[in-house]
Ligand binder design. Structure first.
Ligand code: GTP
Ligand code: MG
Length: 195
């Protein structure tokens, strides 16, 4: 899956620009800088496919990638702090929420959580939005390479506890590192069962 069959389709700045919802898609949501674009690059094995950067707020559009003829992967702008003008951020946050709550063909949202920090208040707000929109979501912990083995359990425990309060949460967690490759095959296999 993915290798050699994923391509950038378009970047969308308004709901009217969304491609027709005629095929199944999965999306990657999460706080600014959590590693959404990097994860898409790791999954597809194509480094420059989704633009990643150390500046929070790099992705400012909803970016659609085609997987073969029948599926989309969707890279979302981050929520929370972003290094961009307030008016611009507000515009894309509104778009993000509209997309997450109103996309019929969205099979699952992967909500990325920094493995060093666990679930924050802004993550819970997005999770509540997904609950009320009945969009199943699954947490993917990112940047596992930056967490010491001894600190891992505490974060996993916090994440499990928080998730237990969200009816739309799919309970299985995936710990990943786009840098080192941990968990990428597992995530790829999970997506393959969905699309
Ligand atoms: P926005 O588009 O701004 O919301 O950010 P994003 O969530 O798409 O994050 P992005 O993929 O651009 O990555 C942000 C920074 O984290 C970059 O400097 C990446 O190199 C770094 N990063 C991403 N994944 C990993 C990882 O698994 N390990 C490490 N060490 N760094 C990572
Ligand atoms: Mg990004």
């Amino acid at each position: 899956l993915f290798a050699g069959q994923t391509d950038f389709l378009k970047g969308v700045v308004a709901m009217s620009g969304l491609p027709p919802s005629d095929r199944i898609e999965v999306c990657f949501a999460g706080r600014s800088n959590v590693g959404k674009s990097s994860l898409i690059n790791a999954l597809t094995g194509r480094k420059g496919l989704a633009r990643a950067s150390n500046t929070p707020g790099r992705t400012q559009e909803i970016n659609f990638f085609t997987v073969g003829e029948d599926h989309y992967l969707v890279d979302l702008p981050g929520y929370g702090f972003a290094n961009a003008p307030v008016a611009v951020v507000e515009k894309w946050q509104k778009l993000l929420k509209q997309y997450l709550s109103g996309r019929q063909n969205l099979r699952r949202a992967f909500v990325l959580i920094d493995a060093r920090h666990g679930i924050k208040k802004v993550d819970e707000e997005i999770m509540s939005l997904l609950d009320s929109s009945a969009v199943t979501f699954q947490c993917v912990l990112t940047k596992a390479d930056k967490v010491k083995a001894k600190d891992r359990e505490a974060v996993l425990k916090q994440v499990r506890e928080k998730l237990s309060k969200h009816p739309a949460a799919f309970p299985e967690l995936i710990l990943t590192s786009s840098e080192k490759g941990d968990g990428i095959a597992t995530l790829r296999a999970t997506i393959a069962t969905l699309i």
